[in-house]
Ligand binder design. Structure first.
Ligand code: ATP
Ligand code: MG
Length: 335
């Protein structure tokens, strides 16, 4: 198997546990902030149900998957039957209703890849986006949240990785780098692959949760309270895992042949996915399989320029974790 370089981690790695955990703690949203998000959701529900009594609202993305930082915007999905043929109309109507109820900065973006209405609530100060019938995002949000319940090291690792990516400017899909969703999947996969494993593969276990969304069957084991302690045979510390994550993406991942797959808990080959060549704008330079939309590579936004930026950032991070006297500052230095 391809292995460019394998290094043992620095002897004093565990001295980084406390400062890394302090950074993690500082990014967690406060209870009162979550309460305000719920309050805004309730207000939106009231507005929406007056017009469409059958409609439902769901939180998705970082405000609901447990990987959200303090002061993030909220992502809301409106489900409404038969809206798919006239999404723009529904969005424009929704924007009118929100404006009448005094929400601020209301804007319908009907031509975006994912059409949304943007809004800001002057009472709570929270901003958010509402999309329509994006049920797969609601379901993958639940999958991420369920994984986070199994071992706290996932949430800790993903917070540090997201914070690093935002600080270094590599969390910008419109510039060819990766989404937060992609980074969390990379963290889950990494913890599935540790030996002993820190996370199981929920989609490889007995089905206890199953929904059908746009003809995709989303099925997995969601009784995660029964899996608490799953990773306890592996005693790796958070600092070791952060080091291991960046070393993996800097030196060990086989970019030419491999696809990481949370669905199977393994690495697949690009050949079996038929992701070996560029088709349209999908170049498959870094391959991250979506857990439910199997033809969807979350690395498809990455182009030949941004793959270099990304890999250089992984190498920079791995080197800082290995050698720098003050990694907790250096890792997150603005680019
Ligand atoms: P952030 O803290 O950066 O706002 P986020 O968790 O909200 O992070 P985003 O990348 O903004 O992450 O995505 C929001 C949600 O939209 C994800 O949780 C996921 O459910 C869904 N999503 C985003 N990108 C994709 C994608 N390419 N394919 C499928 N679902 C996606
Ligand atoms: Mg978001």
């Amino acid at each position: 198997r391809y292995m460019k370089r394998q290094v043992a981690c620095r002897g004093d790695i565990d001295s980084l546990n406390a400062p890394m955990l302090a950074i993690y703690e500082s990014l967690i949203p406060a209870e009162e902030e979550m309460a305000k998000q719920k309050q805004l959701l309730a207000l939106l529900e009231k507005i929406v149900c007056k017009e469409w009594p059958e409609a439902r609202l769901y939180l998705y993305g970082s405000c609901a998957n447990s990987f959200g930082f303090s002061k993030s915007d909220i992502d809301v999905c409106l489900t409404i039957a038969d809206a798919d043929t006239n999404k723009s109309e529904v969005l424009l109507k929704l924007a009118d209703l929100l404006q009448l109820e005094n929400l601020q900065n209301v804007q319908a973006l009907t031509r975006a890849r994912v059409p949304i209405v943007k809004l800001m609530d002057p009472v709570t100060g929270i901003s958010g986006d509402i999309c329509i019938n994006n049920v797969l995002a609601v379901v993958n949000t639940k999958l991420l949240r369920d994984y986070a319940c199994i071992d706290v090291r996932l949430r800790q690792l993903a917070f540090i990785v997201k914070h690093w990516a935002k600080s270094r400017g590599v969390n910008e899909t419109y510039q060819g780098t990766l989404s937060s969703y992609a980074y969390v999947l990379m963290c889950i996969h990494f913890l599935q692959q540790r030996r002993p494993a820190i996370l199981p593969c929920l989609q490889g276990m007995k089905t206890t949760y199953c929904v059908n969304v746009d003809n995709i069957e989303c099925a997995y084991f969601d009784q995660v309270e029964n899996l608490f302690g799953f990773g306890s045979h592996n005693g790796e510390s958070i600092a070791q895992l952060i080091w291991g994550f960046f070393s993996y993406w800097a030196y060990c991942h086989d970019y030419a042949n491999d696809v990481i797959s949370v669905r199977t808990g393994t690495i697949l080959s690009k050949r079996t996915k038929d992701w070996t060549r560029r088709i349209g704008n999908d170049r498959h330079l870094i391959c991250i399989e979506d857990p439910f939309e199997l033809s969807h590579d979350l690395g498809r936004v990455v182009d030949k320029y941004s793959i270099r930026v990304l890999r250089e950032e992984f190498e920079r991070a791995a080197e800082i974790m290995q050698y720098d006297p003050n990694p907790c500052v250096k890792l997150f230095e603005p680019y």
